[in-house]
Design a protein around this ligand. Sequence first.
Ligand SMILES: [Zn+2]
Length: 267
Amino acid sequence: MLVDSHCHLDAVEFGRTPAEVADEASAQGVDWIVVPAVERANFATVAEIARHHPRCVYALGIHPMYVPRADEQDLQRLREQVAAAMDDPRFVAVGEIGLDFFVPELKEPAMRDRQQHFYIEQLKIARDFGLPVILHVRRSQDQLLKQLRRFRVSGGIAHAFNGSEQQAAAFTDLGFVLGFGGAMSFTRALQIRRLAANLPLSNIVLETDAPDISPAWLHPAINTPAQLPRIAAVLAELRGQPVADIARHTTQNVARVLPRLGSLMMA
Ligand SMILES: [Zn+2]
C-alpha cells in the first residue's frame, strides 16, 4: 500500500480532471491521496474531490503563498468549515499552512509578520479541534518550530522537508513526520538525500507535491501522483531497503500522524 501524503489534485496545471489524475495514480498502486487546500476559494473544491473519489482525503487551510490575498474573514471561515468538516471522515488535517521565507515578496518584514499571524491563528484552530497539521516549510524551520512549541498540536507532516538533522529531530520530537518526494531523485540534492537515507524510517512519509516538484525523470514536465511508486523506489535505493518495507512503514506513519485517515484505512 502507498499513500501520496501531499498532492494538489485540484491544480489546473494537470490539464485533466482530478478524477482522471487520481484514477491514473490508483492504477499505478497509489492507494490514498491527501489533498490539502491552499485558500478559502478551494475549501469546497478539495472536499468535493474527496467526496467523489473514494481514495482521496483532504485538509483545510491557508497556504503561506496565499496569505497576501487572504484576510481575517478567511480565518473565520476556515474555523467554521473545520467545525463543519469534523463530521466528515474524509477530512483529516489543517493544511496546508506554514511559513515561506524564500519567495521574495513573502520575505518583506510586513509580510513575514502577516504570515506568522496566519500561521499562529491556524495552529490555534488545529489545537482547538485536536487536529494534526500539514506544514509548508521553506527557509522557516526554526520559526515554525518556535510556534509549534507555544501552540501544541497533535503533530502532523512537515511536507517537502529540507533542513538539518537537528531540525528534523526537533520536528519529530513534536510528533511530526517528514515528507519526502521527487526532490530526492536529484543527485545534487545532497542534504535531502542524506536525510532520506539516514532518518529512522518511522519518521518518513512519501509525497509527490504534484503538480510541483517533478522528479528528475520527468523534469520539467508536470508531476503527477502516479509517480509515487517510482519515488518510493528512489527512497528504497537510497536506504538499501526493500521497496515493500518502505511502502508498509510510510503508510503506517501516515496513518499514525493523520489518525482520521488511519481509521479510513482500517474500515
Ligand atoms: Zn503543497
